[in-house]
Design a protein around this ligand. Sequence first.
Ligand SMILES: Cc1cc2nc3c(=O)[nH]c(=O)nc-3n(C[C@H](O)[C@H](O)[C@H](O)COP(=O)(O)O)c2cc1C
Length: 207
Amino acid sequence: MAEILEALALRRARRAYDRRPVEPDVEEALWEAVSIAPSHGNSQPTRVVVARSPERRAALTGALNEGNQKWAVAAPLLAAVLAVPAHDFPQTNSDGTVRHMWGFNAGIATGNLLAQATAMGLLAHPMAGFDEPAVRAALGIPEEIRVLVVVAAGYPGAAESLPEDLRKKEDIPQERIPLTALVTEDSWHEAQGISAREWRKRLAEGH
Ligand SMILES: Cc1cc2nc3c(=O)[nH]c(=O)nc-3n(C[C@H](O)[C@H](O)[C@H](O)COP(=O)(O)O)c2cc1C
């Protein structure tokens, strides 16, 4: 068990990639990790489109926001993680509100992808900073399909390959809210409502 936690702790959203291509069997293991993820009712809503040809890669890169383009352009592997909202078993609450699970299911699958990448010595960096219609246009994705994240993946490269502002971010300490604010017993605690940003401030001030 400790081994899994140690492996998960190695995952970071770094941005410097080596040019070395990801071997086909290594890449396939990423998609296997997505495939074996649990989903509600085994609905399996997650799909992946890999931007393989130079034309599609350029189009997908162009759909990212400017900040992401600067570094993601060098990642050997660029893929969009999608969800099919129709592949869902909605849960209806007593007040009539509905809980859709497709995004949650696809999130678990993406977590698997990131963990598997880390275990194989790869960086895998998810991005929400993109224009969804532009990603759809880049990869021929129909309107009823949602684009959840674009993932950049590849072997780690030298931080020196990055522009100065991004270089500094490569090894910033990983900040997380305290476990006491994450998990409580028996009832919700008001500390759980504090944002990560506010926790960062409080911890920096020594509270
Ligand atoms: C759903 C999601 C979207 C993200 N989008 C971006 C993004 O557009 N650009 C970026 O540089 N990082 C993005 N990240 C990476 C986060 O900024 C990063 O995970 C967070 O700062 C914590 O750092 P760590 O992953 O190194 O622990 C995203 C992460 C997730 C899970």
